[in-house]
Design a protein around this ligand. Structure first.
Ligand SMILES: Cc1cc2nc3c(=O)[nH]c(=O)nc-3n(C[C@H](O)[C@H](O)[C@H](O)COP(=O)(O)OP(=O)(O)OC[C@H]3O[C@@H](n4cnc5c(N)ncnc54)[C@H](O)[C@@H]3O)c2cc1C
Length: 588
């Protein structure tokens, strides 16, 4: 429902509110308007941006509650079942955490911030409000490492990320959350507790050591659930050896409170010394096709722990001001990327891997940046250093000028690199580029070189292409939505790439895309009905119920209209309602 009227959040019945107070204590639940407003925020969520501009009243929660333990989460969920209020799990609100139904209670995970390191078994168990910064620091202090990090800000959390993407740019060797997670505790929508991983088997101990357990691996159920199928209250992650030393922030190129002002003047934390036993090599190519070949060879050669193509994205990540970033995004860094090598088993591993990198780059027509070759570029990207790549790539720079991700097709074959650039060029021509009229060029960056994450030793990769809309400009965010739909379908029409990841590609896209698998959205609907028959967790986010679908199809929203227009623009099959009116099917 969309309104221009003054927005008033729906309140909970007094009895329900008091029951929440009884669970967490008076100070940890609130319906104060100031607090409620502070939770109407989303960083890279185009659907929420559009709803906020339309003053959608369901964005305002009825209350915010902050549990301190798994047991408290369970009791809150049981209460929701008793009183029938929806629940929105909420961490740091980067994506897909806004409320979708009136009268929702936000369960903020902020107080659940414990971390336990099991050094002997190379495992770490984290609660939902533990972020990547803490994880990397606690691991490094013990000579251990999580195995990578994403482009997300340091404040992103693995527990929430498991339900969204869980893919890191430095995934070459160890892969992201899909391989690094061995167990979890999940509060189900009826309030019961589900243990996943080896601890599901009685007598195996408190810390999961493998994700295997009898029966199907139900952890998959939590992937791309975006808070709609369960609340993760603990996640156990694998750790790997870290041979880079320097456990303290100030030694690793991060601001430390004590020395912040002196270091800021010298920009010292952007230029930390490389870690022991690590090297980063920046390569440059004359065209994208040759870098595509080179990246494939590097990935499959067995060397390196992180490999990315970054191109003009360096403009965003390495500049000191928006103006500098904007200027450089017109074409400064061009077609380039980097590989990080590490001497995990010995010192000599580094020199061996360096030789392999140098050979491949030479044989594929690339050049390595060096003090002799383009030292100015090497200097310009010095803040995209090994610490930044491996331990916390910070969204602080990424988010400059309203970044919003559009497509991230996972598990893609390698030719996707050049496809992504070509599709983006078409998109910019057919849909338009956001920001140019404001004098910004960020949205055109992926044409020359998309952002490339090489995953799983080169068995797959992901490219990222983005737009940069102003969030308070309805035309721009609607334009962004059209771009997202265009890009997503464009990858699918040639039948090359199944689906893009990203919870913003939930409803209404899920049920209007039979190409993904004609029964998929019905299967998701059935899954949701089975797991959460009362529609307690994040209703409408990932899949509509039959009733919600019918209501939408009879009264199409502006977003649904955009989706149908883009389908027509790309020559995709027309859709008609099924006989039962509970889904779309292509017109024969
Ligand atoms: C600039 C930028 C770059 C990013 N880069 C990457 C990247 O490289 N790789 C990557 O994988 N992701 C990336 N992301 C996505 C982001 O890191 C994740 O979505 C992460 O989960 C955000 O953390 P958060 O704590 O803010 O979660 P929120 O945004 O608050 O929540 C994310 C989702 O998780 C649900 N949720 C929250 N807590 C729980 C819980 N305990 N149990 C179940 N569901 C829960 C919420 O309902 C919501 O749907 C990026 C985001 C931004 C803004």
């Amino acid at each position: 429902m969309v309104t221009k009227e003054k927005v008033a959040p729906q309140k909970l019945p007094r009895e329900a509110y008091q029951a929440l107070e009884n669970i967490v204590g008076k100070e940890w639940v609130s319906e104060d308007r100031g607090i409620i407003e502070a939770y109407v925020i989303a960083c890279i969520d185009v659907g929420t941006a559009i709803r906020a501009l339309h003053r959608d009243p369901s964005l305002r929660a009825a209350a915010v509650v902050l549990p301190a333990s798994t047991e408290e989460v369970q009791r809150i969920v049981k209460l929701a079942n008793r009183y029938g209020f929806p629940i929105q799990p909420y961490s740091n609100s980067q994506v897909a955490s806004s409320c979708l139904a009136p009268g929702t209670v936000i369960v903020s995970m902020r107080r659940m911030d414990k971390i336990e390191v099991d050094e002997e078994n190379l495992r770490m168990t984290v609660q939902p409000f533990i972020n990547y910064m803490r994880i990397h620091h606690e691991a490094a202090k013990r000579g251990l490492w999580l195995g990578g990090s994403g482009w997300h800000g340091a404040i992103a959390k693995p527990c929430s990320q498991y339900t969204t993407y869980g893919l890191w740019q430095s995934d070459l060797k160890y892969l992201g959350l899909s391989r690094n997670c061995v167990g979890m505790k999940v509060v189900r929508p009826d309030g019961t507790l589900l243990r996943l991983g080896s601890t599901a088997i009685a007598g195996t101990g408190e810390v999961p050591f493998t994700e295997r357990f009898p029966g199907p691996n139900l952890m998959g159920m939590m992937k791309q659930s975006a808070g709609s199928r369960g609340i993760i209250t603990e996640l156990t992650l694998k750790l790997h050896p870290w041979v880079g030393g320097y456990p303290f922030p100030e030694d690793r190129g991060r601001p430390s409170l004590e020395h912040y002002f002196e270091e800021a003047k010298e920009k010292k934390f952007d230029r930390p010394p490389i870690f022991p036993r690590h090297k980063i090599f920046w390569f440059e190519y004359p065209d994208l096709k040759s870098m595509e070949k080179a990246i494939l060879r590097l990935a499959r050669s067995g060397v390196g722990i992180a490999l990315n193509g970054s191109g003009e994205y360096n403009a965003m990540m390495c500049s000191y001001t928006i103006d500098e970033a904007n200027e450089r995004s017109k074409g400064y860094f061009h077609i380039m990327g980097y590989i990080v090598v590490a001497g995990i088993s010995s010192e000599r591993q580094v020199s061996y891997e360096e030789k392999v990198v140098r050979n491949i780059v030479e044989e594929t027509g690339g050049k390595l940046l060096s003090p002799e070759y383009k030292p100015e570029l090497l200097d310009a990207q010095s803040n995209w250093n090994a610490e930044f790549v491996l331990n916390t790539e910070t969204g602080m720079r990424t988010v400059r000028s309203n970044y919003m991700g559009t497509t991230l097709p996972p598990c893609a074959p390698f030719y996707q690199i050049t496809d992504a650039s070509e599709y983006w060029e078409d998109l910019v021509r057919d849909v338009g580029k956001i920001g140019e009229e404001r004098g910004e060029y960020f949205s055109t960056m992926p044409i020359e070189c998309p952002y490339i994450y090489v995953v799983d030793r080169g068995h797959q990769l992901t490219t990222e292409t983005d737009m940069f809309p102003e969030r308070d400009n309805l035309d721009e965010v609607r334009h962004m939505f059209r771009a997202l739909v265009y890009a997503w379908y464009r990858y699918m029409v040639d039948n090359k790439y199944g689906q893009s990841i990203g919870p913003d590609v939930g409803e209404p896209l899920t049920s209007v895309s039979p190409e993904v698998g004609s029964e998929r959205y019905k299967m998701l609907r059935r899954l949701k009905n089975t797991i959460d028959p009362g529609g307690i967790f994040a209703p409408r986010r990932m899949e509509y119920t039959e009733e919600q679908f019918k209501a939408l199809s009879q009264n199409p929203t502006p977003l649904l209209k955009i989706i149908l227009e883009v389908r027509e623009q790309l020559g995709m099959p027309k859709l008609e309602l099924t006989k039962e009116g509970d889904g779309w099917q292509p017109v024969e």
